[in-house]
Design a binder for this molecule. Structure first.
Ligand SMILES: [Zn+2]
Length: 697
């Protein structure tokens, strides 16, 4: 392996249109953080950069649907995501964002360099345009009939019914998902990056020179390269993003996958004036931590861009993970089938390390894996509590009881084979953990640490120092026995210090708690101390023991499973000033309390007059008798009920809804309807005629 002078570690930029869930953490951020913390303990020159990816079509569409600006969307999620990472101890040197100025300049400059080198192809093509929404549409936002299975709601890139991969041109009667408008074709010019020109180089660079990459990554690259690369448009028609820095490019921005990875460069620039050392010098080791859905962008497209530009180093490794499922099902943010980090830290305060532990122990390193709450409980209770925590606690308690709270002496003249085995285990474990982390095998590394604690427990069990104490309290423990006790606890304490070093990259809060109990400074955690036996000085007094982990009860697990299944997890927590329920998405309305419901004033009313509102297709104007008063209500049901059908009918009225004007008529309330799957509306009404003005609850 090359002798690298510095490390530059990137973690995939999360997309700023939703909060982060445990699948993100397990796939990308926890492994990256373990690696970085380990290298920092190795005293490596290392930077860890990340930030929010804030451009692209989904953000503009979301903003359009909610009637807010794209900037408002990204401001909200950037803050939320950043906070979740902080809570989980992800130790970025910088967490930046792609909407800031440095990034806009850097990405535009990058594009300009490639342009000036003449590396883009300019092409005019016809693309689908939504005249109602006044926008060109990305494939995903075009819907039409599938030519294969006749599913009427196939997307422009894929039919979800038969699984066929499609292009918008293949759809029958393509229409817009934004406005439902029939689409027209319009000419538009874009700049294409000819990936095929880099194919030979990529084959050599990846398939020959990086055979050490993980199988899942190498395999995906090979299949892309084997099927041949094509030009890809690196610009889009949009007003949200980085403006194409050319004179004839009004209304065009950089493709989000062109600009996002450049975000790693911008973030480094923002962090340090020495950014060129990290990005420009061949002895930098650049490593991208990503999920498997990003492999093509980080292994094929971005490296080709870097190669074309010429000023930058290429990634030395791209350790992508597979996906984490939850309770046997794929994570789905739209169905709210996810465990959100912000929810977890609220439900399990002080247990951030437990989640880090479970997500690493169960990480989808080589294949998709499953997170279950039962497994979470099991791993906490039978590994963290019963093995690691138990060993440390027994050691501390016994040391205070049998050795007066001070580190006892090691009497080398009476060291036996059991002691020797333990010493060898400590040394061997340190090497094994190191080796596995360097190979990106974090699960193996973590297992090794727990296994060392397990060996500690076994050692204590074999030595039974508590039995060496005289059973008669008045009688002093014999000198020979005290020597045996001293040796046992001396080694157990040195093992505890080693556990602090070895667990630190994985569970940093736990390592801190250990340092506190052992009364030592951070410097102990330097990796050069791993495997050593003289970490704690003889005669040094230590603090009283404190439990490292708590047991997780069945009730807590049942509650989490129910929360997940009933879909009651709030999809997101808003930090914006005004409540913004529209951000909660399809089927994802938050749970409300009785008090919230009690705010609604619902009454039964009888319709006494009804007419169509002039020059509209949808609106009816109703006079409703509510007993004590009459109200005028405008309702959008003209396509479902004729005015004469409405007369005399009883309806449910929301009485305390703020009045609003529709077509010049003030509507003083709302009537409730049910909508079936075809969009037909039905009035809600009492089963029997009741007194007008009767309240509904
Ligand atoms: Zn189909």
């Amino acid at each position: 392996m090359k002798d690298f002078k510095r490390y530059l570690i990137t973690a995939a930029l999360p997309y700023a249109n939703g909060p982060v869930h445990i699948g993100h953490m397990a796939g990308v951020y926890i492994p990256a953080d373990i690696y970085v913390r380990y290298q920092r303990a190795q005293k490596k020159d290392i930077l860890f950069v990340c930030g929010s990816d804030e451009h692209g079509v989904p953000i503009t569409i979301r903003a359009m649907k909610e009637g807010v600006s794209p900037q408002q969307i990204v401001d909200k999620y950037h803050a939320l995501i950043k906070e979740s990472f902080k809570q989980m101890g992800i130790s970025f040197d910088i967490y930046s964002r792609t909407s800031n100025k440095v990034h806009h300049e850097t990405a535009a400059g990058f594009f300009k360099t490639l342009y000036e080198k003449g590396l883009f192809e300019e092409k005019e093509t016809e693309q689908y345009y939504d005249e109602k929404a006044k926008t060109f549409l990305a494939d995903r936002y075009i819907i039409g009939t599938c030519p294969v299975c006749a599913n009427p709601n196939a997307y422009g890139d894929q039919c979800e019914k038969c699984g066929s991969s499609l292009s918008p041109e293949q759809l029958i009667n393509p229409r817009s998902t934004l406005s439902d408008a029939i689409l027209v074709k319009k000419k538009t010019k874009h700049w294409y990056f000819p990936l095929q020109n880099y194919e030979q180089w990529l084959k050599q660079w990846i398939l020959e020179e990086h055979k050490e990459w993980k199988n899942n990554v190498y395999g995906q690259c090979k299949s892309w390269l084997d099927s041949g690369l094509q030009s890809r448009a690196m610009t889009r028609d949009s007003n949200w993003g980085i403006k194409v820095p050319l004179p004839d490019a009004e209304g065009k921005v950089l493709y989000v996958w062109f600009d996002a990875p450049i975000g790693y460069i911008s973030a480094t620039k923002e962090l340090t004036d020495h950014w060129k050392d990290y990005w420009g010098k061949e002895d930098t080791r650049l490593i991208h931590f990503i999920g498997k859905d990003n492999i093509v962008f980080h292994c094929i497209i971005f490296p080709s861009m870097l190669k074309a530009h010429g000023d930058f180093v290429l990634p030395d490794n791209v350790p992508a993970n597979e996906f984490l499922n939850i309770e046997g099902e794929k994570v789905s943010t739209s169905r709210n089938w996810a465990v959100w980090v912000q929810e977890y830290v609220k439900d399990f305060p002080g247990c951030e390390d437990v989640l880090r532990y479970v997500l690493c122990a169960n990480a989808p390193e080589t294949k998709d894996n499953d997170f279950t709450w039962k497994d979470f409980q099991e791993r906490n209770n039978s590994e963290l509590v019963a093995i690691f925590g138990n060993f440390v606690n027994r050691t501390m308690v016994l040391m205070h009881k049998l050795c007066g709270g001070k580190v006892p002496k090691l009497h080398t003249e009476i060291i036996d084979d059991i002691d020797k085995t333990l010493i060898e285990n400590i040394q061997q474990s340190a090497l094994n953990v190191q080796h596995s982390i360097e190979e990106f095998k974090f699960r193996d590394a973590l297992f090794e640490v727990i296994d060392l604690a397990r060996k500690g427990n076994k050692y204590l069990q074999e030595k039974e120092p508590w039995k060496k104490v005289s059973s008669d309290k008045a009688q002093k423990t014999s000198k020979d026995n005290q020597l045996l006790i001293d040796n046992c606890l001396h080694l157990c304490l040195q093992l505890t210090a080693n556990l602090a070093i070895l667990i630190n990259p994985f569970l940093p809060n736990t390592a801190k708690k250990l340092l506190y109990q052992l009364k030592v400074v951070d410097k102990l955690l330097d990796w050069e101390n791993a495997g050593k036996l003289k970490l704690l000085s003889v005669g040094y007094s230590l603090r009283p023991p404190e439990l490292l982990f708590r047991k997780i009860e069945d009730e807590e697990i049942i509650a989490q499973i129910e929360k997940l299944k009933s879909g009651l997890i709030k999809k997101e927590e808003t930090k914006m000033e005004k409540p913004d329920n529209t951000l909660l998405g399809v089927g994802g309305k938050p749970q409300i309390q009785n008090d919230d419901f009690a705010k609604l004033d619902l009454k039964v009313g009888t319709i006494t007059a009804c007419e169509k509102v002039e020059k509209t297709d949808k609106l009816l104007k109703l006079e409703v008798n509510l007993g004590a008063e009459k109200r005028t209500i405008v309702s959008g049901i003209a396509q479902h009920y004729k005015p004469e059908e409405m007369l005399g009918k009883q309806v449910i009225v929301v009485v305390n809804l703020a009045p609003r004007k529709m077509r010049g008529i003030e509507s003083q309330g709302m009537i409730l309807t049910a909508e079936d799957k075809d969009g037909k509306l039905y009035l809600l009404r009492p089963e029997n005629i009741v007194q007008p003005g009767s309240s509904v609850s």
